[in-house]
Design a protein around this ligand. Structure first.
Ligand SMILES: [Cu+2]
Length: 266
């Protein structure tokens, strides 16, 4: 069957809920196409119907028919159904707390945007994220991990390189170090703003292995165009191997500096 999404070049879907998003997009595109054709025909009709030669004198009564008001109301109604009936419930499933998978069953990642890169933080073998604070930020510590926190010793940090497991739910806590970015996973049908000072959770289940591009969808500065990262969806074994590799690549923990007095939110 002909698909407007495909004709417009939509990227292949790789997530469990993506079908529902594509269905909604397809509906919206068809609705917009019908509106476009309808309004264009009406425009051509008015040019012909109200041409000066046919109407030498202006009408002081105007249009008496209620047809256009009914049409406008129908358009508003269809748009409201699309937004409230399809759009909001879909979005709600991705971001509301009670819909999230159990922590033990999911890959948990912190994603931190910065000008102009994406940093990823995994909890490591102990499953506990190390404490982070802005006072520890440096070139070699891009997430501000507290070197004195034992929970952070096995944490894995990667730049522009996100690894996920096929079929396993993924929970991403999103934030930013500087300005507002937007974390756009087009193949996963996910897009969410990364806002400094707030932690925004989102979740999805990748169902197709492969390498996908992550882009920043919010104009965030001069290097915005180059703010891209890769997402690799792989098997559990490949993921474990990568995780071990990353842990072994880690430089020795820097000497502990006095802990900041104010605990960081993470
Ligand atoms: Cu950005």
């Amino acid at each position: 069957m002909f698909s407007i999404n495909k004709a417009l070049g939509i990227l292949p879907n790789a997530s469990e809920h993506g079908q529902a998003v594509d269905h909604l997009l397809e509906l919206c595109h068809w609705f917009m196409a019908i509106l476009f054709v309808g309004w264009s025909c009406y425009f051509l009709y008015t040019i012909f119907r109200f041409h000066k030669s046919r109407n030498p004198k202006a009408s002081y009564h105007g249009v008496q028919s209620k047809a256009s008001a009914h049409l406008e109301f129908t358009v508003v109604l269809v748009e409201a159904v699309l937004l409230l009936g399809f759009g909001l419930p879909l979005w709600g499933k991705r971001v509301t707390g009670d819909q999230f998978p159990a922590e033990a069953d999911a890959v948990r990642v912190r994603a931190v945007g910065e000008q102009f890169a994406w940093n990823f933080h995994y909890a490591g073998a102990d499953g506990v994220f190390g404490r982070v604070h802005t006072s520890f930020l440096s070139g070699s510590n891009p997430l501000g991990l507290d070197p004195s926190d034992p929970a952070g010793q096995d944490d894995v940090v990667s730049k522009n390189d996100l690894h996920l497991i096929t079929g396993k739910p993924t929970v991403i806590d999103l934030t930013s170090k500087d300005v507002i970015h937007s974390f756009s996973l087009q193949h996963m049908r996910m897009c969410q703003d990364a806002i400094p000072g707030s932690k925004i959770p989102m979740w999805f289940r990748p169902i197709r292995g492969g390498e996908y591009e992550i882009v920043c969808a919010q104009l965030c500065g001069a290097g915005h165009y180059a703010m891209r990262a890769m997402m690799k969806v792989e098997t559990q074994a490949e993921f474990d191997t990568w995780m071990k590799e990353q842990a072994s690549l880690k430089p020795a923990a820097p000497a502990a500096v006095p802990a900041a007095t104010e605990p960081a939110a993470h």
